[in-house]
Design a protein. Structure first.
Length: 256
């Protein structure tokens, strides 16, 4: 919305080779609204797990078919070899397929719980599990293609929608992957990719119910992002958040 852009630098030459949009807080607000609207409309969350799995497996097929394009983008921006990145994409695409299949065929979306045995505990008890809402994720620079796909697949196969922030030095693969997600049939607002300046907006968005950040370590996520997270967690002065912060430091996953 702000109309600003940033350059993507080849670390081998120090020269810019691409230019991408630079998001601001208005962009992240729009992304969260789009994700919330997509979730509440049921265009994704309302599908059966089998329907979502079919789309996600098609998405994985598209990612694999575009391995060369994605691998070249990440190779230029983070210095990895094309063959190494290609291998990671193959593994990540299979992760998407596996998670989609398990969500559709093995996950207990609904189950009956045995009653206590008391004559007064008549009837049946059932547990029904549903998608939880809008998720946010941060993908680091070291293996951006794989980290993005892991986070995308975990959120989407379960019927949630996602706002993804790629590392500012390696945003290209996430943008390509988002385009492929749209081609695969993931609805508008289901997956949203936003850039460098949007982290604070993501964390302030009260609609976001789950945050996936793995691993949040200063040598993987930039120093700027690491201390921005630290400042925001400090100001969330509640016991639950401090407990979440401890969990984040140890395991890299935070429930907000």
């Amino acid at each position: 919305m702000g109309g600003k852009t940033m350059q993507v630098i080849d670390p081998g030459t120090g020269q810019a080779f691409a230019e991408v949009p630079l998001g601001d807080e208005r962009d992240v607000d729009a992304a969260v609204r789009a994700a919330r609207e997509a979730f509440e409309s049921g265009v994704w969350s309302g599908l059966t797990p089998q329907q979502r799995a079919e789309i996600m497996i098609g998405f994985a097929d598209l990612v694999e078919a575009h391995t060369g394009q994605i691998a070249m983008a990440d190779s230029r921006s983070n210095g990895g070899t094309v063959s190494w990145i290609g291998g990671g994409l193959w593994a990540a695409a299979n992760t998407v397929r596996n998670l989609a299949w398990y969500a559709a065929n093995k996950f207990a979306w609904e189950e009956e719980i045995a009653v206590s045995g008391s004559v007064y505990a008549f009837g049946e008890h059932r547990v029904r599990r549903e998608p939880i809402g809008v998720c946010a994720a941060i993908a680091p620079w070291n293996v951006p293609h794989m980290m993005a796909l892991w986070k995308i697949s975990h959120a989407l196969v379960m019927g949630n929608t996602l706002v993804l922030k790629p590392a500012s030095t390696t945003p290209l693969s996430a943008l390509i992957i988002a385009s492929l997600a749209s081609q695969a049939g993931i609805p508008k607002g289901g997956l949203n990719v936003k850039g460098k300046t949007v982290l604070a907006g993501v964390w302030r968005a009260v609609w976001i119910v789950f945050v996936l950040i793995w691993p949040v370590l200063k040598w993987v996520v930039s120093i700027e992002v690491f201390f921005q997270l630290l400042r925001m967690m400090y100001h969330w002065n509640t016991p639950g958040v401090h407990a979440g912060w401890t969990f984040l430091l140890h395991f890299g996953v935070l429930t907000a």
